[in-house]
Design a protein around this ligand. Structure first.
Ligand code: NAI
Length: 720
């Protein structure tokens, strides 16, 4: 028999403290040990009820409870549906027995209680949370393509009302700090010390000997009403409408299932509601999207943050003073995220005015945060005071980190590094935020090439979570480790790639944009192209994105890349998108939003007013392309380019590819990232290869799968 992971201690007043402590595990999860322990513990509580006055549930781990067993869930296939249903319903029956024990049960939440962890707390009558740094409370299942199937939907709906449960907890899976959780009603009491937590729990038990859940009290009504109230029913159609607006047709089943479970469950008693919830949960857990999202947003992300790509044995680095060269759009953002995370910043541009303007960008973001109550004025001023604008090279003296963000010109970049190299600390990390130029070439501008590295940020820097670290041929492990540590210090997710033109992200997103433009060339109406992109799950439609980037940028990159390829004696593979971009620029003078005209039209304030009607004449309708083909051409183009990045040694790990594609270039989250899309395709890699060949036969050889992928399909191997 397995050991019971609920430690049982009873005090002189008859209060039983159950301390969850899964043996040999760093965190408690809803695994087999938990389920058998829960049943045994509930049985014992019932058997010894006469001598028990109340129950406190807490944990011996750093977190209260980590949630579902994601490893086990990731293996669940459609054939396991019946077994999983039985298992989940059995666990939920135990939760019901606990809340109907007839004795007060209090959750003493000593650390993070997310997902299944918070569901345990919900099955208690009262929740006391320790207000400790790093603790988070919520039901983030939706971010993994799942729903809280341990009673989380049914109970939050009854505790908070349908609207608040959906908006504050379920549909976006927010992770709330304890204070916010208290404000929303997710917990009842906040305490500062573990002792105070247990004292508060026991005090509540003594004051509430007859505790029962509100939903078990006769006459209970869900706060805010249910669909059977006319006023609520009148608002009901807005829920699915808003959801459609939010998802824009992307194939994300979890939010839909959550909405259905909440609304349907609100119209029945709690026991029926939890059964409905199980059905919707099992549908998700046995499907592909939850596997994709769990792989990316849990396993890959965890591996990256644990240092998957950080060289071993290099001491931890902490940036203290950074010189940001160039205070334009990117430099200003890099200065902000650095200062916000405690680093002193010297922000240098060609004039003090330009540098001041860069600093003003931080002031604007900080003011907004203060006005929204997210930051105190004092803290905001502290952050701002860390940024020193200047036009003098001497002011960068002694910095331990340089991030260059001047115009995209190799000569200029080399020149600005030349000006400051002798002034900075002798071991300073020298980073360039170039988005396309090979790092190894730029390193020729400095003497210490081993300290030179690419630090590719994304715009807007304060919002985009990714940092693409680019390792040049001479970049040392120490430099890489420092870049990695800096990324985590400024709360970015780092991926590490080897040098090549366009690295990983810029190169791959280019194929997506090209594919959209190629569709135009084939006479697909622009509105359909945009629709296909959005419904595939891309956050921004492709032509809109191109307009933002300006059409001259991809052309410049193409011309430079082509020159480099031809100089190497290779043939340039023409793409049907090229002629469209050239005509847009040369024939129609429509270069994108910044020039006031692109695929879209813009008003005087630069606001999009609609697609340019001239597109229909410029690219007349020809043979139709099936909608599914349009979507898959975009997704496949990016996936196939990613495989080439692996073949060429640009990519080092699957996790970097998946996370980089979602966080950096908007590859649809439901896919789990660009490699998981291939792995999770219907029929696995072999299915993907077959479909790629089909697309190649129909639309061109650029879809022909690379040999390495065909080999994987034949041997039944996976990406490692
Ligand atoms: P920007 O044009 O907004 O800013 C460039 C700044 O550099 C200007 O303020 C300019 O005055 C300054 N500058 C020029 N010469 C200088 C010198 N000798 N010393 C100091 N400052 C000088 O350009 P942006 O968009 O910020 O891009 C900067 C770099 O970041 C480029 O290499 C670009 O490829 C890269 N990048 C841009 C992204 C974007 O979305 N815009 C994304 C990722 C990278």
């Amino acid at each position: 028999m397995t050991e019971n992971m609920f430690r049982w201690d009873v005090d002189a007043d008859g209060i039983v403290t159950l301390t969850m402590d899964d043996p040999g595990q760093s965190a408690n999860t809803m695994n087999d040990t938990f389920r058998t322990s829960l049943t045994a513990t509930v049985e014992r509580l019932e058997a010894e009820k006469d001598s028990i006055t109340g129950v406190v549930v807490t944990s011996a781990k750093k977190t209260f409870f980590a949630g579902g067993d994601l490893k086990q869930m990731s293996k669940a296939g459609r054939a396991d549906a019946a077994e999983i249903t039985a298992r989940v319903d059995a666990m939920k029956a135990d939760f019901r027995r606990l809340e109907q024990l007839g004795r007060p049960v209090v959750a003493a939440i000593n650390g993070a209680a997310l997902g299944g962890g918070y569901e345990i707390a919900l099955a208690c009558h009262h929740r006391v949370a320790l207000d400790v740094k790093g603790s988070e409370i919520g039901l983030p299942e939706v971010t993994l393509g799942l729903l809280p199937g341990g009673g989380g939907v049914s109970r939050t709906v009854r505790l908070l009302g349908i609207q608040s449960a959906l908006l504050n907890v379920l549909l976006q899976g927010q992770r709330h700090k304890p204070a916010k959780a208290k404000e929303l009603g997710l917990v009842d009491e906040l305490v500062d010390t573990p002792e105070a937590m247990i004292d508060a729990a026991k005090a509540w038990i003594k004051a509430n000997p007859e505790a029962a859940q509100p939903w078990d009290v006769k006459g209970f009504k869900i706060p805010g009403g249910t669909p059977s109230n006319p006023s609520f029913a009148a608002n009901l159609p807005a829920f699915p409408a808003n959801l459609r607006k939010q998802l824009k047709g992307a194939p994300m089943p979890a939010p839909r299932n959550i909405l259905a479970a909440a609304i349907e469950g609100a119209q029945v008693d709690i026991d029926t509601a939890t059964k409905i919830e199980t059905q919707y949960f099992v549908d998700l857990v046995t499907g592909q999207v939850s596997k994709n999202m769990t792989k990316a947003f849990f396993f890959d992300l965890q591996a990256i943050n644990k240092g998957l790509s950080r060289p071993d044995g290099v001491p931890q680095y902490q940036a203290k003073r950074v010189a940001v060269l160039g205070a334009g759009m990117m430099g200003a953002g890099i200065a902000y995220v650095s200062a916000r995370n405690g680093i002193e910043v010297v922000l240098k541009d060609v004039s003090v005015d330009a540098a001041e303007k860069g600093k003003a960008y931080s002031a604007k973001i900080l003011d907004k945060a203060v006005s929204r109550g997210k930051l105190t004025r004092e803290k905001a001023d502290e952050v701002l005071a860390r940024i020193t604008p200047t036009d003098k090279a001497e002011d960068v003296a002694g910095v331990d980190l340089v991030v260059e963000a001047v115009f995209e010109s190799p000569e200029l970049k080399k020149k600005v590094f030349g000006e400051i190299e002798a002034l900075v600390a002798p071991d300073a990390l020298l980073g360039s935020n170039t988005s396309t130029l090979p790092i190894t070439d730029l390193a020729e501008g400095v003497r210490r090439r081993e300290d030179f590295i690419g630090l590719h940020f994304f715009s807007p820097v304060d919002k985009m979570p990714l940092l693409e670290i680019v390792v040049g041929q001479q970049t040392s492990d120490v430099a890489l480790a420092k870049a990695f540590d800096y990324a985590l210090q400024i709360k970015k997710t780092p991926i590490v790639v080897n040098d090549s033109r366009g690295f990983f992200t810029s190169r791959v997103i280019g194929t997506f944009l090209n594919e959209a433009v190629a569709l135009l060339a084939e006479g697909v109406p622009a509105a359909s192209v945009e629709q296909a992109g959005t419904q595939a799950g891309y956050p921004a439609p492709p032509l809109q994105l191109l307009d933002e980037l300006t059409l001259t940028l991809p052309r410049k990159i193409r011309q430079e890349t082509r020159a480099a390829i031809e100089a190497a004696g290779l043939e340039w593979p023409e793409h049907p998108a090229e002629a469209v971009i050239d005509r847009m620029i040369d024939e129609f003078d429509r270069k994108g939003r910044s020039s006031g005209a692109g695929f879209y039209e813009y008003d005087d304030e630069g606001k999009r007013t609609g697609l340019w009607p001239g597109l229909a004449d410029a690219f007349p309708a020809a043979e139709g392309v099936p909608f599914a083909d349009m979507q898959e051409r975009m997704l496949f183009a990016e996936a196939l380019e990613t495989v080439k990045c692996f073949d060429e040694g640009v990519l080092r790990t699957v996790a970097d590819a998946n996370i980089g594609s979602i966080f950096g270039i908007g590859f649809p989250p439901w896919t789990g990232g660009v490699i998981q899309y291939i792995e999770g395709y219907e029929g696995g890699i072999a299915g993907f290869v077959a479909r790629a060949n089909e697309l190649a036969d129909r639309y061109g050889d650029r879809f022909r799968p690379p040999a390495s992928l065909v080999e994987k399909a034949e041997k039944g191997e996976h990406f490692k």
